[in-house]
Write a protein that binds this ligand. Structure first.
Ligand code: SF4
Ligand code: SF4
Ligand code: SF4
Length: 330
């Protein structure tokens, strides 16, 4: 791994200078959780590093809830997104496979991806529902972001991941290469500690492939039982970094509006003739699990659940998918 370093104050000053030419986003503390903010010179020093995780997934920067896809595109400033955890950057793999498919490329998505530098933040801590390692994802990014940061005291270390990240680091002129590996040995230790915490917390959770088999083999009774408190709010899908479904809505003036959709909403698969294969609540509830652990793994290379745990935290019905899986695995 190739690291550079600079003073944390020099990094903050750099970001403030870059605000002139870039829109910069990073997680800052809210009353109950941390969330991405459009940074200003006042909030740059408040960005949270190395602690999981922003309330919203990274996909909000690439898949707006609603947009007119027939209106002319505005020229957007270059964007820098700081602090995305590995469970979110990993999710971009699936979004890229779907939205950059050569036969059906989404030009809006592509332009946002090209226009954005992603600087991930290694997780040196875990939250209650984090379970990335159970699905083979490390709590630090190695391949999907452009660079990743780790802060120790008044020094900020940055790891190059992509060529875009390398150019960014070189263009800034504030970084020095790390030539003595002992300077970054603390990062390896923190990685191991975070992995151990995750493995201890999720030791009873089946892995991704086994979860797929368990979900596939489960009968209707299981889905009826576990969907009893579901209210079809769609929070679990809206907040999921890998959920990608959308509607195209015709509007007067030959406009088309793309709006994010969710399989948990009644009518998600209703046809013009009135038929609805997901008409029953338990069928919609099951659909999300089949999508994430059975159908997507059969069609795509990327993982469709990155173990961020947000769907558990967001569920108004207090449904914990991991408890469901552990019960299934008994
Ligand atoms: S299914 Fe849940 S845990 Fe998995 S990526 Fe989506 S929100 Fe995160
Ligand atoms: S079908 Fe449901 S679970 Fe699958 S991507 Fe769409 S909203 Fe998410
Ligand atoms: S968040 Fe919970 S209550 Fe809402 S649709 Fe998902 S499972 Fe149902």
């Amino acid at each position: 791994m190739e690291y550079f370093y600079t003073k944390k104050t020099a990094w903050d000053e750099l970001l403030v200078r870059l605000l002139v030419s870039h829109d910069i986003f990073g997680p800052v503390a809210g009353e109950h959780f941390q969330e991405y903010e459009h940074l200003s010179s006042a909030t740059v020093p408040e960005v949270i590093y190395n602690r999981p995780k922003p309330a919203s997934p990274l996909k909000i920067f690439f898949l707006p809830v609603r947009e007119n896809v027939t209106s002319p595109r505005k020229q957007e400033k270059q964007r820098i997104i700081i602090g995305a955890p590995a469970c979110d950057t990993e999710a971009l793999g699936l979004l890229d496979e779907i939205y950059l498919d050569s036969d059906f490329e989404d030009v809006f998505y592509r332009s946002r991806r090209q226009n954005t530098i992603i600087i991930s933040s290694d997780c040196f801590d875990v939250m209650e529902h984090c379970h990335c390692t159970s699905y083979g994802i490390r709590p630090w990014d190695e391949k999907k972001a452009d660079a990743a940061v780790a802060v120790k005291g008044d020094t900020l270390f940055i790891r190059i991941i992509s060529e875009k990240g390398r150019k960014f680091i070189s263009d800034t002129g504030v970084f020095t290469p790390v030539t003595d590996s002992s300077m970054v040995s603390f990062i390896d230790s923190r990685h191991r500690e975070t992995e151990s915490m995750l493995e201890r917390a999720n030791r009873l959770l089946p892995d991704y492939a086994r979860t797929g088999s368990l979900v596939k083999e489960s009968g209707q009774a299981l889905w009826v039982k576990h969907s009893a408190t579901c209210v079809s709010c769609g929070a679990c899908t809206t907040i999921c970094p890998t959920c990608t479904c959308f509607l195209l809505i015709d509007k007067p003036g030959f406009h088309k509006v793309k709006q994010m959709d969710a399989c948990q909403y009644p009518g998600f698969e209703r046809t013009a003739g009135g038929e609805d294969p997901l008409g029953e609540l338990h069928e919609r509830f099951r659909n999300r699990y089949m999508c994430k652990y059975v159908w997507k793994p059969a069609k795509f290379h990327s993982t469709a659940c990155t173990g961020c745990g947000r769907c558990i935290e967001a569920c108004i019905g207090k449904i914990d998918k991991n408890k469901l899986f552990m019960e299934l695995a008994k």
